[in-house]
Design a protein around this ligand. Sequence first.
Ligand SMILES: [Zn+2]
Ligand SMILES: [Zn+2]
Length: 250
Amino acid sequence: MSTSRFLATSLAPLVDFVYPPRCPACGGGVAEQGGLCAGCWEGLVIPGEPSCASCQRPFGDSGPRAGAICALCLARPPRHDGIAAGTLYTDVSRQLVLAFKHGRRIALAPMLARLIAARLPAADAECLIVPVPLHRWRLWRRGFNQAALLARELQALGYGKLSVDALVRPKPTPALGGLGRKARTRALSGAIALNARRAKLVDGRDIVLVDDVLTSGATTDSCVRALKRGGAASVTIACFARVLDEARDA
Ligand SMILES: [Zn+2]
Ligand SMILES: [Zn+2]
């Protein structure tokens, strides 16, 4: 047992006394630290089948059958080799991401990672797990890279070997929300690159690229491009919450 885990276990009754366990999504009381309340579990939407064979976008019951490709992927075949999303982006997953990333509830990482892992193909110890990098200014400000924390948990669950710095972010980028596709591409140009010191590690490897939230896909697309230029055999995107307009409206 690691020291931190030992301390966490032995201090748990004390922590519960000082901070009664709260649901990290809604703040309601729960039985134990780190768990969601029943209502919030119900508010999590796990992407279902049938789904797009290329990007795993769920079609819903009325959509085409499994094996079909969604209109977006037909219009623009993606560079990635699949998207494993733990949940769709709803109020509950948004609250969890806010608590994790901006509320510094980094103890949520194992739970979020388990939800991602449930959507990944069978654990493959030979995969390389690579987080979407943060520019160092943002890393300094936040103190941690949320994607790297999730990546570390996926490694602990047996989903491959971790390389936290296979990708680097030499140039800061503005927030991409609200930008059109062309503007996003321009903002990201030259922002994400393969780390030359990790080139050998990436070449020929199946990669699991990890991020907390997948929105437009512009950032992950830059990552996939850099990894594939570096010879990656495949790149599967793994995220906790995937933004789909139909899920947000639901
Ligand atoms: Zn709750
Ligand atoms: Zn698709």
